[in-house]
Design a protein around this ligand. Structure first.
Ligand code: SAM
Length: 221
């Protein structure tokens, strides 16, 4: 979907996404020492706001201005209510052109951002470049098998992926050891529907930039 379509989606009265953070983000990053995070395709900011509440300083990027406006307003009102200052910079940008600061982030997060495979590959390489030594790359999305076995998410196989697809996208880094694989596979998320709970299948990929590799990533084709 393009920026205009997403933006229109975010102009409806009700929030598009749940208020609570994604359960995999909480599972994987809960208890992690906070640092500097980049949340790409942040939507209405549920994960950025959760991370900022854990003490992370977050740069949150999306191309839909209506989403960023909602996210900013929610962060402002929660911060006013709790008295806790949330450090989040909201940035409007297209991820297919966005150049993240190299070597800067302790966490680069992508949740449910579904691009065409060549765009995803480029974005993931950009994500790895943005990792600080020891930094974590966490990618969550609707697994390809969700189309047949699960529920929700895009119904277009061209934009779905699996953990293995992400491994393939980043194979140079995984083979050279600059990126260390921590988790890759399919995970079940229970979703409430009118007919009762059903399972949605998510792809979950987590890897860490080797702590002792300073700068100097080489990016082949
Ligand atoms: C399914 S939503 C997920 C939002 C958020 N990550 C979450 O989990 O709540 C996907 C988001 O990615 C954004 N997005 C999709 N393609 C994008 C692109 N090329 N550049 C920037 N944002 C994009 C959309 O505007 C949307 O907010």
């Amino acid at each position: 979907m393009d920026a205009t379509t997403w933006n229109e989606r975010y102009s409806q009265a009700e929030p598009v996404w749940p208020k609570s953070p994604n359960k995999w983000v909480v599972n994987e990053m809960g208890g992690h020492v906070p640092g500097v995070a980049l949340d790409l395709g942040c939507g209405e900011g549920r994960n950025s706001i959760w991370l900022a509440n854990q003490g992370w300083r977050v740069t949150a990027v999306d191309f839909a201005l209506n989403a960023l406006d909602r996210a900013r307003e929610r962060a402002r009102s929660e911060s006013a209510e709790s008295g806790v200052e949330l450090h989040i910079s909201w940035v409007q940008a297209d991820l297919t052109r966005y150049e993240a600061a190299p070597g800067r982030y302790d966490l680069v997060l992508l949740t449910y951002v579904h691009l065409l495979d060549f765009e995803r590959r480029e974005l993931l390489r950009n994500c790895v470049r943005a990792l600080a030594p020891g930094g974590t790359l966490l990618v969550v999305g609707h697994d390809t098998t969700n189309l047949t076995d699960g529920t929700g998410g895009p119904q277009d196989p061209a934009v779905l992926f699996s953990g293995q697809d992400i491994e393939g996208d980043l194979q140079d880094h995984l083979r050279s050891g600059t990126l260390v694989l921590e988790r890759s596979g399919r995970v079940a998320r229970e979703v409430e529907t009118e007919d009762g709970p059903v399972v949605a299948w998510d792809a979950l990929f987590r890897a860490k930039r080797r702590p002792d590799v300073a700068g100097g990533f080489s990016f082949g084709s």
